[in-house]
Ligand binder design. Structure first.
Ligand code: AP5
Ligand code: MG
Ligand code: ZN
Length: 216
């Protein structure tokens, strides 16, 4: 099963994909995390992506599409995966459909985690992430047991560079512009399901699960 999670920055895509990974057995593929890992490691791809990621702009398609298609050709995605952060525009959506079709596969469902823009800024300014295991916390809604320390692995938590107010503004603008066309694209294919994303994390998980199980 190939599933896409759509949603504005801070909607909870990463949180939900991580929670549903065990239950569904679907690998969690996140382009944002792939870029951040390449930036940390100082790879050529990371150097190209860094100015875009840190300022909140989209990384150009010629870099992003190749990276994503390479990632989903890995063995852990052979029977499907959950895509978090890709596609972000129609060019990416079409490239993904074409590549999957070439392998006799297709996207089964696009799940839109909907949250009003006003709530997102607060969520993002309170987010802390673990650079080691990728766990995501929130000062207000999901605090770690010890402030600043990862519950899973004990690493020091960090705030993302693109969670600074100016980068958050850019991310929201860019994503708001691209969201509607993507929703229309998957709606027209009969694949779109909306999961209301403003409740507790557990409520949102239930809504996403209902979409996965086919309730529109
Ligand atoms: P990416 O890392 O994907 O960032 P994003 O889309 O801005 O999304 P976020 O990761 O910020 O939000 P999320 O929905 O995962 O929320 P989370 O679960 O963490 O991309 C980063 C950058 O990479 C892009 O800006 C771009 O430069 C580049 N990029 C990536 N993909 C690209 C592509 N396809 N094309 C081109 N460029 C690309 O939750 C947020 C916070 O809220 C957390 O603190 C969490 O604990 C909390 N929270 C979650 N759920 C709830 C809840 N129900 N109630 C209360 N709090 C909650
Ligand atoms: Mg994320
Ligand atoms: Zn950790």
């Amino acid at each position: 099963m190939y599933v896409i999670l759509l949603g504005l920055p801070g909607a909870g895509k990463g949180t939900q994909a991580a929670l549903l990974k065990n239950e569904t057995g679907l690998a969690h593929v996140t382009t944002g995390e792939l870029f951040r890992e390449n930036i940390r490691l100082g790879t050529a791809l990371g150097k190209k992506a860094q100015p875009f990621v840190e300022s909140g702009r989209l990384v150009p398609d010629e870099i992003t599409i190749g990276m994503l298609l390479d990632r989903i050709s890995q063995p852990d995605c052979a029977r499907g995966c959950m895509l978090d952060g890709f596609p972000r525009n129609l060019e990416q959506a079409r490239a993904l459909d074409e590549a999957l079709a070439g392998d006799g596969k297709r996207i089964d469902r696009a799940i839109y985690i909907s949250v009003a823009t006003g709530k997102l800024v607060r969520r993002l300014s309170g987010r802390w992430s673990c650079p080691n295991c990728g766990a995501v916390y929130n000062e207000i809604s999901l605090p770690p047991k010890t402030p600043g320390v990862c519950d899973n692995c004990g690493f020091q938590l960090e705030q993302r560079k693109d969670d600074r107010p100016d980068a958050v503004r850019t991310r929201l603008e860019v994503n708001l512009k691209n969201l509607e066309p993507l929703l229309d694209y998957y709606r027209a294919q009969g694949k779109l399901c909306e999961a209301p994303g403003e409740g507790d994390v557990e409520d949102v998980t239930r809504a996403v699960r209902a979409c996965l199980e086919g309730e529109h």
